[in-house]
Design a protein around this ligand. Structure first.
Ligand code: 9MR
Length: 346
């Protein structure tokens, strides 16, 4: 071969830096590959089973998945000692078949606890020592079951209140603040390879929450507790300003050596939908991805549902909705196209 041809072949074979990719990706999966991050979604298990069009889009577009509800305590152990893994297993198996990684959500939370547990504690049938054992067994059983199959776990979810105090959950009031370190240690023992995250909402902008969460992380690290990542849920609404300092907040956690993930992004609006609102929403999604890409440690952006057909928003916020990337018929909204056009900031 002539030297010129060899040189040309070498140039063409060399991988392009992410920002130099010449064409707009055709879908989110290609965007994820081009940018070197994982793009995920929360999955509704009933929809995954029952709706072929939902399944097609899920498996085509996403490289990462989180169970929206199927791995929560009330789902996996509705009665004491009775485990129902059907939905969680189905999600993990679907992910394997479609080359998707999985985020486990969530091991310790104050919501969606089974009634046997909350009433048992309230009625004094479960004392604090037993409660601690129950929590340890829950974490150990669940993490072990998916050992090697779940890349990252949201170990503790929403442990800080808006004013920066620790949340007065059943866990804090009965076990004291040490339950957080215990949870990470137990999870690590059950799967030493899994990345262990602390996850919360309003962490994009709320200063007291940010400061307390930073000190929780520093304290865990100082005591040698295995913590690897911070999850920013990212439940945004266009009626509020975009959290303009978000990338800086991400950097503060990255400076502690943590991996960053946007774990539950959605952008709701007051209905009815208008073109103008959709454009604003698209801009919020674009900025969220841009913020993530501007921080080297941010390696995952997960949306909390990808279609307005299945979204928690209308059920929780009166008169609000349309928070997702695709509409109810799975047609891409401007927000979807906005994500595809994002380039990594230099
Ligand atoms: O999307 C979930 C919804 O279907 C449940 O009814 C709700 C119950 O609390 O939880 C929703 O998911 C939450 C997630 O697990 C943690 N962060 C906030 C999410 C939205 O409420």
């Amino acid at each position: 071969m002539k030297p010129l041809i060899i040189a040309l072949a070498l140039i063409l074979a060399a991988p392009l830096p992410a920002y130099a990719h010449p064409r707009t990706p055709r879908d989110l999966r290609e965007l994820a590959h081009q940018q070197g991050i994982r793009i995920g979604t929360a999955v509704d298990l009933a929809a995954l089973r029952g709706e072929a069009d939902y399944r097609t889009v899920l498996n085509r577009e996403f490289t990462h998945v989180t169970a929206e509800n199927a791995m929560k305590w009330e789902s996996v152990e509705p009665e004491r000692g009775v485990f129902i893994w059907r939905d969680a297993d189905a999600l993990v198996e679907n992910a394997r078949r479609n080359r998707q990684r999985v985020r486990g959500h969530t091991l310790v939370w104050h919501n969606q606890l089974p009634a046997w547990l909350t009433t048992g504690v309230a009625e004094g049938k479960i004392d604090d020592r037993e409660l601690r054992d129950i929590l340890r067994d829950h974490i150990t059983t669940q993490v072990r079951r998916y050992k090697g199959k779940i890349r990252a776990w949201d170990v503790v979810n929403e442990v800080v209140e808006e004013d920066g105090t620790l949340r007065q959950s059943l866990w804090l009031t009965h076990l004291g603040p040490g339950y957080i370190a215990d949870a990470f240690r137990w999870a690590h023992r059950a799967d030493p390879q899994a990345k262990l995250f602390i996850n919360d909402y309003n962490l994009e902008w709320n200063a007291p929450k940010i400061e307390t969460t930073l000190s929780i992380v520093k304290d865990l690290q100082a005591r040698g507790v295995p913590i690897h990542g911070i999850g920013f849920q990212g439940h945004l609404g266009i009626q509020y300003d975009y959290p303009g300092d978000w990338a800086n907040v991400m950097r503060r956690f990255a400076d502690l050596g943590l991996e960053i993930a946007v774990t539950e992004l959605d952008v709701r609006m007051v209905l009815p939908v208008t073109e103008e609102k959709l454009a604003t929403q698209a801009d919020y999604y674009r900025r969220a991805l841009t913020d993530c890409l501007s921080v080297e440690a941010c390696r995952e952006l997960t949306v909390w549902g990808f279609t307005d057909r299945h979204s928690w928003v209308p059920g929780w916020f009166d008169g609000e909705g349309a928070a997702c990337l695709l509409d109810e018929n799975l047609a891409p909204k401007p927000a979807y196209r906005a994500l595809l056009s994002v380039k990594r900031p230099r």
